[in-house]
Design a protein around this ligand. Sequence first.
Ligand SMILES: [Mg+2]
Length: 110
Amino acid sequence: MEMNEYQDKASETAIFEHDDVDELIYTALGLAGETGEVVEKIKKIYRNDKGVISEDKVNDLKREMGDVLWYLSQMARVLGVTLEDVAQENVKKLQDRQNRNVLATEGDDR
Ligand SMILES: [Mg+2]
């Protein structure tokens, strides 16, 4: 599935209808919550499973990463950008940093 196709299909399941700022806040809270769910599952792999990542845990993480993707796609929609735009811009930024040999340094605007 292409990223923009995913974003369109995800939008069909978005049940919130508010003004743009409320939508942005809603998607930010959802993104933070779902990211926390991913991190929590990884913590339990570390704590309960001695770092062994079973197929069931991979599937659990895959589902949670899908939830993260959903909120990210809806945040992008609220801001009027496509997931394709986000992905292309990210690759462009990272390739530029790689070319300048600053991938492992710090700072958003390097
Ligand atoms: Mg979830």
